[in-house]
Write a protein that binds this ligand. Structure first.
Ligand code: ACO
Length: 440
């Protein structure tokens, strides 16, 4: 049965169009903005609402992740992300995101075993990899192989079966790290390394990426903890572009592997997950603290396409809480690997300092986001920039699967179908207005 949303007791909203008044119900949230329900507006008024980029639109009801962008707060299922980053680990966080509360010891042990059981990939996926060019971006392989899982795991495609849904989410989370590591190994021309199920998720990922037949990789607890924190901090982030893509793809009833592949594709863009690679490349391009002023001016110039990568956020109008944690992790990791005075970290800290004092960035409330420091950490661990977004995607499988599960189980869920403001031509006779341009 569809549970009715709680209407706000004291608040009422009315919209007046040409002297006709439409009432819009207001729903209470447990934290953050309340919402106006416009779902019947078109039916009653014959008007659509217009909100490109969805700046004012809540696309769904969710109990998973809460962000207060003005205060710089991020919570998973009510727990502050900073606390989870110190007291929990990635696998426990995936369980929390999917099931809604922290697991007890027995539940967690069972869940760890279930995830570990799915770390291997079907042997034929090796052949699948061999079809890729060696110089392909690892995200290209990630999108392709994630979608291809639906051809290998056909016993978990029925979205109406709760057992199959759970099996699919566990497979996606467990296999994402193996796929990411294989994409890396393939791109550097090394043999794939099998997962080791006695290692935790972060350790196993480092092992699959950096071990090879000639030398066993010694896993450093400092680097494994940093990897785990990066996975936790990227695990979910409410209805961002890739998560909304997963929900929209899933709203048609598509299978979970295909939906997650759609999320990987959306994450790849430089305005979203691709920003961690772009941020490090930008720091390398700036090269020296003496060039910062020039690049700050470029970022402020409307005629210049350059933006400070790793800066600004649609929701955070304050310091991104994930960036705060990663700034500290960054110092620990660099100290551990023996980089005493990393010029790139020095440059990043100086750039942040100058930008935060600059009126343009202050007025537009542009602060460092999660991508500003993560690249420096990942580079120190040993990853090339092309792998940064892959690592983000591995972590985000937690949020995507949790959000996909919530959507699939939501009784009011229906296919997502936005409308438009049509401004094209109408009523042409065939052949009228034929193009005269030479190019198309
Ligand atoms: N450098 C310079 N100016 C910026 C930056 C930036 N990094 N970010 C925003 N602005 C400016 C915009 O030009 C705009 O100026 P205007 O009001 O004069 O037109 C204003 O600030 C508002 O920015 P919008 O682009 O409208 O903000 P939006 O919410 O659409 O975009 C986004 C947010 C895409 C993250 C943007 O800040 C950006 O491109 N940042 C750099 C890329 C980046 O770091 N992305 C990672 C985001 S976090 C994540 O996905 C994990």
């Amino acid at each position: 049965m569809v549970k009715k949303k709680k209407k706000s007791q004291n608040l009422k909203a009315e919209l007046k169009i040409n002297n006709k008044t439409y009432s819009l119900p207001i729903y209470d949230s447990t934290a953050g903005e309340k919402v106006l329900d416009i779902s019947k507006l078109h039916q009653e008024s014959n008007y659509f609402t217009y909100d490109p980029g969805f700046s004012s639109t809540a696309s769904c009801e969710s109990k998973i992740t809460f962000i207060d962008g003005n205060k710089g707060i991020l919570k998973y299922r009510g727990y502050d992300v900073a606390e989870l980053a110190t007291k929990s680990d990635f696998i426990e966080v995936t369980n929390l995101l999917i099931y809604g509360d922290l697991p007890n010891k027995a539940q967690l042990n069972k869940y760890r075993k279930l995830i570990a059981r799915h770390t291997l990939l079907h042997d034929q996926i090796v052949n699948f990899f061999q079809g890729f060019r060696r110089d392909a971006h690892p995200m290209a392989m990630m999108v392709g192989v994630m979608g291809a899982l639906s051809s290998f795991y056909q016993d978990s495609l029925d979205i109406n079966d709760p057992h199959q849904r759970q099996e699919a989410t566990r497979r996606i989370i467990a296999k994402a790290a193996t796929i990411g590591a294989m994409a890396y190994k393939y791109s550097i021309g090394q043999a794939f390394v099998s997962p080791k199920n006695n290692l935790n998720y972060a350790e196993n990922f480092l092992h699959m990426c950096f071990s090879h037949s000639a030398e066993k990789y010694k896993i450093s607890p400092v680097l494994a903890k940093a990897m785990d924190v990066i996975f936790i901090l990227h695990a979910d982030h409410e209805q961002n572009a890739s998560t909304s893509t997963v929900r929209l793809a899933g709203s048609s009833g598509a299978n979970p592997f295909a939906c997650i592949a759609a999320g990987v594709a959306s994450l790849w863009g430089p305005a979203h997950g691709g920003a961690n690679q772009a941020a490090l490349e930008m720091l390398e391009e700036i090269g020296d603290t003496k060039n910062i002023k020039k690049y700050i001016s470029k970022a402020k110039d409307k005629e210049d396409k350059f933006k400070l990568m790793g800066f600004g956020h649609r929701v955070y109008k304050n310091y991104d809480p994930r960036a705060k944690i990663l700034k500290q992790v960054c110092s620990k990791v660099l100290k551990h690997v023996g980089i005493k005075n990393d010029p790139i970290l020095k440059l990043a800290i100086e750039l942040e300092k100058i930008a935060l004092k600059d009126n343009y960035f202050k007025e537009k409330k542009l602060y460092p986001n999660v991508d500003f420091y993560s690249g420096i950490i990942l580079r120190a661990i040993g990853f090339p920039p092309e792998m940064f977004t892959v690592i983000f995607a591995i972590a985000r499988t937690a949020g995507w699967t949790a959000q996909w599960t919530e959507m699939t189980e939501d009784p009011i869920q229906k296919i997502g179908r936005p409308r438009q403001l049509y401004t094209g031509k109408v009523k042409l006779k065939y052949g009228q207005n034929r193009s005269t341009k030479n190019t198309r």
